[in-house]
Design a protein around this ligand. Structure first.
Ligand code: ZN
Length: 269
């Protein structure tokens, strides 16, 4: 599933591709793609697009009277196309000049066209952005503190606490910080929090620079080049030890038994 680094790249590419262009129609062939009927979505968003921002794992395309919230779900792709292609796509924006932007291969994603008040609510439902310049160690501690009894990975991927980190980058960050995903938030000391903050910055910035991970294909048709060091890897990218797979909330979590001591062992460390 595309996470912060992939959507950061998507937002940058969309900014160059669509800002200033006139939306004529919004299409949503796949069930659940749009939040309102296509005619209503078109009426809300119709006209020039003013800006594109990223919030969490969504790209927000702002028109003059509404915002389109684009979520790629599991593995969705966005590409430039013709209005004819748009009719067959899962979702699309058709521009006044007859070209289009289509969303395809999308499972559990959406294109929600929201009026300003609802859009503001959606914006505020997300937690702190880890790449915001004001997101320091204290801000990280504050964001995690809301769920002291939660497992660290669950807290890191809680979008209402910290926005944009999902299953893959949480594993990468935890390896980099040398922290086990099942550590309880309340057991983290100052040094742990500093290492976690540093690891978040390092991993996310490296992944943004790489254009996201290799499974994500950008608007330009090019895959990202970030290679996971731990997530779904047979051996730890740091020390080479065979990894262990855990299931947390039904999702695969990959851990290095050497780099990431289990909670019981951490007390002795
Ligand atoms: Zn290791």
């Amino acid at each position: 599933m595309p996470e912060l680094p992939e959507i950061e790249r998507l937002a940058a590419q969309l900014r160059r591709a669509v800002v200033g262009r006139d939306v004529a129609r919004v299409l949503g062939r796949r069930r659940g793609m749009l939040n309102v009927a296509p005619d209503e979505a078109s009426a809300r968003l119709g006209g020039p697009l003013r800006e594109v921002r990223r919030r969490g794992k969504e790209a927000v395309l702002s028109g003059e009277r509404a915002d389109a919230w684009l979520h790629l779900g599991l593995g969705g792709e966005v590409r430039a196309a013709t209005a004819g292609d748009a009719e067959r796509a899962a979702g699309a924006l058709v521009f006044a000049d007859g070209t289009a932007l289509v969303v395809d291969k999308v499972f559990m994603g959406h294109l929600h066209v929201l009026p300003p008040a609802e859009s503001q609510q959606r914006w505020e439902s997300y937690g702190r952005d880890p790449l915001d310049p004001s997101f320091d160690v204290a801000a990280l501690a504050g964001a995690l503190r809301a769920r002291p009894r939660a497992a660290l990975k669950a807290a890191l991927t809680d979008q209402s606490a910290i926005a944009g980190i999902g299953n893959l980058y949480a594993d990468e960050i935890l390896l980099c910080a040398g922290l086990h995903p099942l550590r309880r938030v309340a057991t983290l000391g100052d040094a742990d929090l500093r290492r976690l903050h540093e690891a978040m910055q390092a991993v996310l910035r490296e992944a943004v620079a790489a254009g996201g991970e290799a499974g994500y294909v950008g608007v330009d048709g090019q895959p990202g080049s970030y290679r996971a060091r731990i997530h779904r890897q047979p051996a730890c990218g740091r020390c080479g030890t065979p990894t262990v797979e855990l299931r947390l909330s039904g999702r695969v979590t990959t851990v290095c038994p050497l780099c990431q001591p289990a909670p019981g062992e951490a007390r002795d460390a």
